[in-house]
Each structure stands twice: as structure tokens, then as C-alpha cells.
Ligand binder design. Structure first.
Ligand code: MGD
Ligand code: MGD
Ligand code: SF4
Ligand code: MO
Length: 754
């Protein structure tokens, strides 16, 4: 492993080279060209990596380095050979790293590990469906089964999947969103009536101020840098609120522009607010306090009273509350100076149109739901919702995680959706809420869930408390994974286990009615088609839609009168059903097939209408609580390196942070190191400080002195998931608190010869 200086700029020509060389080496020139020239193009396929939207006018290369990596990772012609399964036992696979597992290539045939055996063996599709159906039908209750979804699944596949699960009889539909933007969905649904972004792509061009909170766009939503750059060119200011000086938020060299190739690129952040982990709620309250104080000093000039009166509730109580906010407490919670906070407040007061974006740095905290409500409070005070260039914009992770939720992947879908489903398909769906990701693990621990299926994803690795979660999975009777490539969820399994290999988005999906397309929803609610471009890597793969429809037929027989075959044969049939069940999807097939796609209706954005309890946008009072750090400990966040996609590790490098060929690092502020008697290069054990007797520790990590906020350390997810206690969850949303783990570092001797 080598540790160098972190970069102070992102992307540029190295970014393009990093993406194109492996593409051409691994896919060949023709396949690489076919895929890259159709990536994110109208009529092409949608990038399967993040949920960032596409601009209306597309460039020839409308993708980023990480989109290209995702395409290469999926479209690789490297295949897992049949001999693999006899050569490697399940225990053997459990000893491999995620990186090794992913590098074995695409899975090409269904495999089954019978109970009591330690190897998978190839099995026919028919047999695989029979085995699963018999298991499901043998359970005492449908609630003993749980059906997880990761956010790559298309709208069509997600819709048939939740339909199958509800027709089978349970709402146990956890998804990756439970660990991701659940806090956002919950907070926004309560206070503005919709759990989604209130802006459209073009709003970035019209805004005057963008506050990017708890997000690292250069790695995780790279084309957002182009939107930020364009906004700057139109005069907008940009503020980054983050414990880490992420390189992309400093300077961006746009590979599409001459200045980005030969020049210094664009300075992105006008202000870098280096906040402590979990300090955002205090910062937001302090900002709202300053808005209210400015209004009191010059009545009628700051707060948007017409908007407040017509469209909001709760203003007076909020004013009273926020004026009590104690600046000393804010300083302690945020680690900021009052000057820094005042400077940001002045920018906010100066701007007539403000957008706030956020991601995991906000959602994965104990007080995440309240923090997001404070984002909305701050925006509402100045009428920054429902007009051009202004709004609240959670930036979603997985490319179709938002669409999956719209399609009914949620353990607690409202009655209006279930009623529509009942009417369309003539069966009574279950009404009792199901388990989310964390509750699902706990139900497995108690033996209440005996069957676990994953539509994509890698929950064993993605959920917190890896040791406990793995034991829970191993205690089940059967686990089933629908996957493109191997991961840890294939190695840590129930008594019986199956892997069902599926096509990816790059691939041409031919069914009885001809080639099919699927559709997806991006983070700003735009829905569009995605058309596979290259033949599937192996003939035996089935699409996700086909897998669900066949499993439904095998499991349900004629228990419900749903035409699974018709839906499998022609995805227009699925879209017709969706158009009857999900509001906003009228005439779905035609509109999804059109090159432009369409934008879903959005009350706050379109007409300042808010479907909340009060019928108005709710300005809420939330009690400030900040994370206390016991003496001698640090708060640790778990985050993504540049060369990974969640649990998929593309390489062991994180070049923006100066790390090469290694992931076992813990980033700590140099002053904290001095205080703890440690130094850069030391080897340490990182152990969670938690009030139970479970040992949670990462052994032999290398300390990297890094300019993080004081008291705030960082290590890479998913390796660090072993540190996050299952019981550490955000209030309300039950999202694992992956960004604030109290830890203690203990120096260990470096073994001789290292
Ligand atoms: N290449 C790539 N792209 C991805 C992914 C990937 O793994 N790789 N994952 C996808 C998914 S599913 C998601 S959800 C998104 C995730 O996108 P991000 O949320 O950008 O991902 P993280 O790496 O978790 O980074 C969290 C950021 O928040 C900051 N942060 C942490 N805690 C706090 C805090 O308390 N306050 C503030 N203000 N900031 C904080 C961190 O320093 C870091 O910059 O990316 C998506 N896109
Ligand atoms: N400590 C900590 N934990 C976290 C986070 C964190 O920041 N810190 N982040 C959380 C977040 S935001 C998220 S979203 C979750 C992610 O959790 P998941 O979504 O469960 O995990 P992924 O790593 O995205 O899933 C990758 C797997 O999906 C499969 N796959 C890829 N493409 C396809 C496809 O087209 N179809 C199918 N069927 N399968 C496919 C591949 O087999 C691949 O191995 O992790 C969460 N966990
Ligand atoms: S920004 Fe996201 S969606 Fe766009 S190409 Fe990059 S990874 Fe794909
Ligand atoms: Mo995510």
C-alpha cells in the first residue's frame, strides 16, 4: 500500500483515461464503443451506477469515469466457468475478498447448494424455481420469508417483484433504501408531502446558491460536477459542508472542456464549511436563527411572508424555538467558528434562489430525520421550494432506487397503493407492515425469518454489524440471490442456497414479443427507457422480469389470477398495469419509449401543493441533540473510495485521497493523532465503544494523517461495517448510523518483516 498527498482537484483527462483504457482492454474496441456511445444517450441505456439525471442536450460522451467502470464491470466477457463450483466450497468463497469474488466474472447458470452440502452445483432453471417454490409453500406463514431489493432493478422488474411478494402474502420488502435515503423519504414525506427532490435538472442553471451537504459528488455522482460548474458559470455560489475536504468540491477539471484539459479547471466551492460529524442539525438551526434575526432587524425584507402565509404551517412556533438556539452549543456540535456560520448565513440571505443537496453524510445519523426537516425549514423560510432555481434535492444513490420505491418496493406502502393493486389484480394484498433491512436481520436472528431472497445487492456485506448479520444469514433455511456477479451474499448463506444469474442493463433482452426495454427514474423524478445494446454474455441468463414471473408461476400456480406469462412475454403489459396502479404513469409504455421520457408530477415543485397532515408545507420544531464523544475516542464515519461501487470493489485505490493498493486505512486529523499519542503510519486496532459485550474491531489498520474535522475519523465501507452496531439506527427511519461510530484506536506492534 502507498499513501500520498490527497488531490486538490477531480476528474480531467486522467478521469477519462482511467475509464477508457480498461473498457477497451476488457471489452474490445467494438463492444466498448457500442456501449460507451449509447451510455445515457436518448434511445440508449441508462447508466447502472448512480441516480444522477441526464441533461436534455446530450454530449457524445455523456458519462463519467465511474459510469464507465460500472459498464465494464457488468459487460465483461470474463465468465465464471462451470468447473468453478466444484473447485470452490462455500467456506472457501467466504474467505475471499469482495474484490476477488467480483473479479471471477459473470455468473452464467443457476446454481444450488443443497442442505448439508458445502458446494454449489449447477441446476436447471426449472429445478431451481421448483426448489424455491416448494420451500416458500412449505413455510408456516408468508411472513417467514423476506424479499430484498437493491436499487439497480428496473421499474418493470420491481413492479412484478412486489406484486409476486404481495400475492404470496407478505409485505416483507426491505430494500437498500432502508440503509440509504430512508431518512430523507420519511422526513420529506411528512413535511412537504413527497419523499423526493423538489427540483428539475434545469434548476441548477437558474440557481444563485447551491449548498452541498454530506455528499462527495466527485466520486459518487461525478457528472454533478458538470452541473455545479455550469451553475458557477451562471453566477451561482457553491458551499460544501463536509468534515473532509473532498477534492472534487475544491476544483474540477471538466474533460469535455479545453480549460479542463490544459488549465486549472474550475474552483468549485466558494466556501468550505468543515463541520464535525453529525453537526449539521445544529448548523441548520443556527442558520435559520440568523434568518429570523435578520427578519426581525428589517421586517418584511428577509422572510417570504406571502409564501409562509399561503403555503406553510408552524412558522410562529418555529421562530420562537429557533431564537432560543444557543450559539455555544452550536459551536460545540459543529466545530465551526461563529464567523464561518455567519458567512454562510450571509450567502443564504444574499441568494434569492437556493438549492440544498445532500446524501449519506446527512441521512446516516441518529438525528437524520430531524436534520432533513431542518433543511426544509431553512428553505421554506425564504420560499425556496416550488420556484425556479430553488429547492430541496436529496441526491439518490443507486440508479433506480427511487423508481423501485415508486413501484411499491417498500415494507410500508400506503393503503392507496395497496387498494389500487387489489383493484387491478383482484386479490387482497396483506396490510400489515413488513420488515425493513435492519428489522429483517433481527427477525432472522430470532429465527422468525427462515427464507431470504435478494433481487440484486449484497445485504450481508452492506448491513451493519457484519459478524452478527452473518450469523443471522447462516441461521436461515434458504437464501436466494439474483445476481450478475459473485459477492459475499453468495458465500454467507442459509442451509440451502441458490444463485440465479441475471442479465444486466447493457444486454439485449429478447422475450416472446421481441426485444424489450425497461425504464428507470432518476433522482429528479424523470422517467425514461433503457435499451440493452449488446447480446447477453451467456445464453442461459434470464432477465429479472423473467425470473420473477417464472418464480411466481411456480410458487402461486393459479392462486391469483395474474397473467405472469403475458407480462414476461411483453413488458408493455407490465407498464399497462403500472399505469393503472401508480399515479403519474398514465400512457406509460408510449411515454417511456419516447426518446425524452417524462417527468413525474411533483406537488411542491409544480404547484407548491403539499400533501401533508396540515395540507401545507410544515415548518417543524425539532429538539437539538448532538453526538457526544467520550474522552479518548473518535467518531468514525464509513465511506466510499473512488474505485468502488458500494460493496463492489473495482480496485484497491482511492486516488483522490492519495491511497494506492490498500483499503485497510483509518483517516485521522493530525492534531487528534498527537493527542492520542499516535502518528501517521502507525498500525492500530479500531474498536467500537458500545454498551454491550459484542467485540467489534478492525485489526491492524494503517493510520493516515488526514485533514478531517477534529475528532472525526473515516474508514471504508463495507470493511468497516463490522464496527456499526445493529442497534445504532436513525430515529424514525431505522437507517444504520454508518457515519458516527464511537471508536477507540489502540496501537499494535508491526509484525516482523513487514
Ligand atoms: N462510484 C460510486 N458511486 C456511487 C456509489 C459508490 O459506492 N461508488 N454509491 C451510490 C450510492 S448507493 C449512494 S447512497 C451514493 C452515496 O454518495 P455519498 O453520500 O457522497 O457517499 P459517501 O462515500 O457515503 O460519502 C458521504 C460524504 O458525506 C460526508 N459526511 C459524512 N458525515 C457527515 C456529516 O455528519 N455531515 C456532513 N455535512 N458531511 C458528512 C463524507 O465526508 C463524505 O464526503 O453514491 C452512489 N454512487
Ligand atoms: N457502513 C456502511 N454501510 C452502508 C453504507 C455506508 O455508507 N456505510 N451505505 C449503504 C447504502 S447507501 C446502500 S445503497 C447499501 C447498498 O447495498 P446493496 O445495494 O445491497 O449493495 P451493492 O454493493 O450495491 O450490490 C452489489 C451487487 O449487486 C449485484 N448486481 C449488480 N448489478 C445487478 C443487476 O443488474 N441485477 C441484479 N439482480 N444484481 C446486480 C451484483 O451481484 C453485486 O455484487 O449499502 C449500505 N451500507
Ligand atoms: S454521474 Fe452517475 S449516472 Fe452519470 S455516468 Fe457517472 S456514474 Fe453514471
Ligand atoms: Mo445508497
Amino acid at each position: 500500500m502507498t499513501v500520498g498527498e490527497p488531490k486538490d482537484w477531480a476528474a480531467g483527462v486522467p478521469g477519462v483515461l482511467h475509464s477508457m483504457t480498461p473498457a477497451i482492454e476488457q471489452l474490445g474496441v467494438a463492444r466498448a464503443a457500442k456501449l460507451m456511445l449509447n451510455l445515457n444517450q436518448k434511445g440508449g441505456f441508462d447508466c447502472m451506477s448512480c441516480a444522477w439525471p441526464d441533461p436534455d442536450k446530450r454530449k457524445t460522451a455523456e458519462f463519467c469515469e465511474n459510469g464507465a467502470k460500472a459498464v465494464v464491470w457488468e459487460a465483461t466477457p470474463v465468465l465464471v466457468p462451470r468447473s468453478f463450483w466444484a473447485e470452490h466450497s462455500v467456506d472457501d468463497l467466504a474467505d475471499k475478498t469482495e474484490y476477488w469474488l467480483g473479479m471471477q466474472g459473470r455468473i452464467t447458470e443457476p446454481v444450488w447448494k443443497p442442505a448439508g452440502k458445502d458446494h454449489y452445483e449447477p441446476v436447471s432453471w426449472e429445478r431451481a424455481f421448483r426448489i424455491i417454490a416448494d420451500k416458500l409453500n412449505g413455510l408456516d406463514s408468508p411472513d417467514q420469508a423476506s424479499f430484498y431489493t437493491s436499487g439497480r432493478t428496473s421499474n418493470e422488474a420491481a413492479f412484478v417483484y412486489q406484486l409476486f411478494v404481495r400475492a404470496f402474502g407478505t409485505n416483507n420488502l426491505p430494500d437498500c433504501s432502508n440503509m440509504c435515503h430512508e431518512s430523507t423519504s420519511l422526513a420529506m414525506a411528512e413535511v412537504v408531502g413527497i419523499g423526493k427532490s423538489t427540483i428539475a435538472y434545469d434548476d441548477f442553471e437558474e440557481t444563485e446558491l447551491i449548498i452541498v451537504m454530506g455528499q462527495n459528488p466527485g466520486t459518487n455522482h461525478p457528472r454533478m460536477l458538470t452541473a455545479l460548474e455550469d451553475a458557477k458559470e451562471n453566477g451561482a455560489e457553491i458551499v460544501a459542508v463536509n468534515p473532509l475536504p473532498e477534492s472534487s468540491l475544491k476544483r474540477y477539471k471538466n474533460p469535455q472542456k479545453v480549460r479542463g484539459i490544459v488549465g486549472r479547471g474550475t474552483e468549485i466551492a466558494d466556501q468550505f464549511v468543515q463541520i464535525r460529524l453529525g453537526g449539521d442539525m445544529a448548523l441548520l438551526q443556527a442558520l435559520s436563527k440568523r434568518v429570523v434575526q435578520a427578519e426581525l432587524a428589517a421586517p418584511g425584507t428577509v422572510v417570504d411572508h406571502a409564501f409562509i402565509a399561503e403555503h406553510t404551517s408552524g412558522y410562529e412556533a418555529f421562530v420562537e424555538h429557533v431564537l432560543q438556539v444557543d450559539d455555544d452549543e452550536v459551536v460545540r456540535a459543529t466545530g465551526l467558528t461563529l464567523e464561518e456560520i455567519d458567512e454562510l448565513a450571509e450567502r443564504y440571505l444574499r441568494s434569492d434562489r437556493t438549492i440544498i443537496t445532500w446524501a449519506m453524510g446527512i441521512t446516516q445519523h441518529t438525528k437524520a430525520v430531524d436534520t432533513i426537516k431542518e433543511i426544509i425549514n431553512l428553505l421554506l423560510l425564504r420560499g425556496n421550494i416550488g420556484r425556479p432555481g430553488a429547492g430541496a434535492s436529496p441526491i439518490r444513490g443507486h440508479s433506480n432506487v427511487q423508481g423501485d420505491r415508486t413501484m411499491g418496493i417498500w415494507e410500508q406502502m400506503p393503503d392507496s397503493f395497496l387498494d389500487a393493486l387489489a383493484k387491478e389484480f383482484h386479490f387482497e394484498p396483506p396490510r400489515e407492515h413488513g420488515v425493513d433491512a435492519l428489522k429483517g436481520i433481527k427477525a432472522m436472528q430470532r429465527g422468525e425469518i427462515k427464507f431470504w431472497m435478494g433481487m440484486g445487492g449484497n445485504l450481508v456485506a452492506a448491513i451493519s454489524d457484519s459478524k452478527l448479520a452473518e450469523a443471522a444469514f447462516r441461521g436461515t433455511e434458504m437464501t436466494v440471490q439474483v445476481s450478475t456477479k459473485l459477492n459475499r451474499s453468495h458465500a454467507v448463506v442459509g442451509d440451502e442456497a441458490l444463485i440465479l444469474p441475471t442479465m444486466g442493463r447493457t444486454e439485449i433482452d429478447v422475450q416472446a414479443a421481441g426485444p424489450q426495454f425497461v425504464s428507470v427514474e432518476d433522482t429528479v423524478c424523470s422517467v425514461h427507457g433503457s435499451h440493452g445494446q449488446v447480446p447477453p454474455v451467456a445464453p442461459g441468463l434470464l432477465s429479472e422480469v423473467a425470473i420473477v414471473c417464472e418464480l411466481a408461476k411456480a410458487t402461486l400456480g393459479d392462486r391469483v389470477a395474474v397473467d405472469w406469462q403475458g407480462m414476461r412475454d411483453d413488458y408493455d403489459v407490465i407498464r399497462d398495469h403500472i399505469s393503472h396502479v401508480v399515479p403519474g404513469f398514465e400512457d406509460y409504455s408510449r411515454r417511456a419509449a419516447s426518446k425524452e421520457g417524462f417527468v413525474l408530477p411533483n406537488g411542491p415543485r409544480d404547484s407548491r401543493s403539499f400533501a401533508t397532515k396540515t395540507g401545507k408545507a410544515m415548518i417543524t420544531v425539532n429538539e437539538l441533540e448532538h453526538v457526544e464523544r467520550p474522552e479518548g475516542t473518535l467518531l468514525l464515519q464509513t465511506l466510499r473510495a473512488h474505485d468502488q461501487y458500494n460493496t463492489t470493489i473495482y480496485s484497491l485505490n482511492d486516488r483522490y485521497r492519495g491511497i494506492k493498493k490498500g483499503r485497510h486505512v483509518v483517516f485521522v486529523n493530525p492534531d487528534d493523532l498527537t493527542e492520542l499519542g499516535l502518528q501517521d503510519g502507525d498500525r492500530v486496532d479500531v474498536a467500537t465503544v458500545w454498551d454491550d459485550d459484542v467485540e467489534r474491531v478492525l485489526r491492524d489498520y494503517r493510520v493516515v494523517a488526514y485533514p478531517s474535522a477534529r475528532g472525526c475519523a473515516a474508514a471504508y465501507f463495507p470493511e468497516a461495517n463490522v464496527l456499526v452496531p445493529l442497534d445504532s439506527a436513525a430515529k424514525g427511519s431505522n437507517t444504520p448510523v454508518s457515519k458516527a461510530v464511537p471508536v477507540r484506536l489502540t496501537r499494535v506492534a508491526v509484525p516482523a518483516g513487514v
